[in-house]
Structures are given as C-alpha cells and as structure tokens.
Design a protein around this ligand. Structure first.
Ligand code: TYD
Length: 202
C-alpha cells in the first residue's frame, strides 16, 4: 500500500506521517517512511538545490523538472522496490505537491505538470491524507523552525492561502483516494483520525 501525506507548510503532516509509521509498525506491518523531495541519495541532493536559496532561484518550469527528476529516482530506488516487497510505503509529500506548488504558484502550469507526471512517474498513491491547516498558523510554525530550507515559505502568506484552497480542490478532484483531516487541533486527536482513515483502507 502506497500512502501519501499532503498539506501546506507547517501543517504537521511530517509528524503525522511519523506517528502513523510507528503505529503501523506496532501492528506488525513492515513500513518504509520516506519523503519528497528526497527519499533516495540522488533525490536528497536535488532537495538542497530546490529548497535552499532565493525564491527566484529557479523558474517554475525548471523547478518542475528538478522535482520530477528527484521523484523518478525516489520511485526507482526506494518506493517501487518497497512496494514490490509487500511493504507499506508512507511518503511525506508526492506528486500532489507538484500539482500545487509548481502547477499553481506562478501561473497555471498544471497541464505541463500532468503531462510530465504521465510520462515519467505514472503512479498515484492508494490513499492520500490531506492535513488541512489555517495558512497563518502553518506559516508561523514553518518559519519558527529557523532552518535553511525556506525557499517556499519565503513566497509568503498569499502563496500558502492559495496552496490551502488548491489542496482542498485537489481533494475533490481525486475524491476516491483523498481523505481530508482537520489539522487545527492537538496532534493526538489528528493522529487518531489519521489512523482511523488508514486502517479503513488497509
Ligand atoms: P517539506 O520538506 O514537506 O516541508 P514542510 O515540512 O515545511 O512542509 O517540503 C518542502 C517544500 O517543498 C514545501 O514548501 C513544498 C515544496 N515542494 C514542491 O514545491 N514541489 C514538490 O513536488 C514537493 C514534493 C515539495
């Protein structure tokens, strides 16, 4: 089973992905917890290129190629082998993030994103958990981390608002595989809901 977490920056999805992995391991499942951009040696190198530096370091088109290259490597080396071995793969962000961040942030590149996905990736998750979060709270949490990977946070609140409504629209578009969970609550309540929706689908 291939599970992905999506949401705006600071939505708490990475913590939820970790908690779900622990929970499923406790139930005896073999789980691979991974993330994008990254999740394989080559993709982690590309991660630094896309997440560090000035917001205008790359055009949206160049960025799309870099994220797709990272994803292709991640698929070949981490995700596909794990799924073939019968493991549960939990991935923190996947192609839906590209549909949003590269597809919507600087003009409408969604048709290009979809074409490239079809050509080079061609796989959707079995289940996608969207942690829905107030963009102001999300952004202040994300900025509070004081890291170096702030290129997207530096696009500001307006982008986060656009991403939030975009993700909700995407959840309607792919309603068969998306489950939306209210992230504006304490972590344990959110985690309980995540576990419920995942166990229903396993
Ligand atoms: P992530 O490490 O999940 O950061 P956070 O925990 O703050 O959400 O993601 C880093 C950034 O990468 C995030 O701002 C969204 C961006 N991103 C894209 O723009 N396109 C993509 O395809 C992916 C996977 C991520």
């Amino acid at each position: 089973m291939f599970l992905t977490f999506e949401g705006i920056d600071g939505s708490g999805k990475s913590s939820q992905a970790r908690m779900l992995a622990d929970h499923l391991r406790g139930l005896g499942r073999d789980v691979v917890l991974t993330r994008e951009p990254g999740g394989s040696a080559g993709a982690e190198e590309i991660r630094r290129l896309v997440l560090e530096g000035d917001p205008d370091r790359w055009s949206a088109e160049t960025e799309l190629l870099l994220f797709t290259a990272a994803r292709r490597d991640h698929m070949e080396r981490t995700i596909e082998p794990a799924l073939a071995a019968g493991k549960v793969v939990i991935c923190d962000r996947f192609a839906d993030s590209t549909r949003m961040y590269q597809g919507m942030s600087r003009g409408n590149l969604r048709p290009l994103v979809d074409q490239l996905h079809k050509l080079m990736i061609g796989r959707e998750p079995d289940l996608t958990v969207l942690i829905d979060m107030d963009p102001e709270i999300g952004l202040s949490r994300a900025k509070g981390r004081q890291g170096t990977e702030e290129r997207f946070e530096d696009f500001g609140l307006e982008l986060q608002q656009k991403m939030r409504s975009g993700f909700l629209a995407l959840a309607d578009e792919f309603s068969d595989r998306f489950r939306v969970i209210d992230g504006n609550r304490d972590m344990d309540s959110v985690a309980r809901d995540v576990t419920d929706v995942v166990l229903q689908s396993l």
